[in-house]
Design a protein around this ligand. Sequence first.
Ligand code: SF4
Length: 266
Amino acid sequence: MGITQKNKAMGIIEGLRSAVVAGFAEGYKRGAVLQTANAKTIKGESLGVLTGICYLAPASESGVMNVCTFATEGCKEACLYDSGRSKIFPDIKRARIGKTVWLWEDRESFLNALRRDIKALIREAEREGLKPAVRFNGTSDLPWVAMMMSREFPQVMFYDYTKLPKSWLRTRYNYQLTFSYSGENLAECMEALAHGVNVSVVFDTKRGASLPAEWMGYRVIDGDEHDVRFLDPRGVIVGLRAKGEAKKVTSSFVVQSQLIQIGAAA
Ligand code: SF4
């Protein structure tokens, strides 16, 4: 089911509300907020980085709060929420909605659980000889959470994708942002690049095929090789291949690589 389709969220939320506050808040378990074991984090480990990612219910999908105020219809349609296992396993979707309701209903206990997850991540990274990193906004765009945590945990590297303009004003030595092209924010992309912030662009390139060499005059790097965005060189486009629902998207959110190549040859 796509994000633009109404998904019975209200019914799920009503069932979750009391359980969230009574359960999540009182019975903290490691990994309540951050996940460390998935395809993205495994690629990072081979680069010496242990990443914890938080997946909330994107945009207004939770029914209680909008966690992506600059989301467009195109990006919502294509959102990673539906590209991963959440589409196959409804429990994952339910857990993400539950986590978002928890943040909305009881911010302090949510943030305390996040702090405990970050401390556990630091200990695990130390044991394994890896650098700890956190991507709070796996499927959201709430920079204040990551900014707050990056100040509290200077030894951890935080990084996110964002569509909120003027991203360079929110970065610091341990919080790096990659600005995301939505199909409707080209001027903001150019502004971000001019301020040294990389821009991610989703192309219709198939898995295994090469991404375009350039976009808007900037070199494209292959962002699917790993997810550790703070290791990327500066001043580049982070090219991503459309996955899941994004493959079906016809909006300008997904850039047609063939048109770029034709333009370059002309
Ligand atoms: S802003 Fe990002 S996380 Fe939010 S709906 Fe769009 S693609 Fe998904």
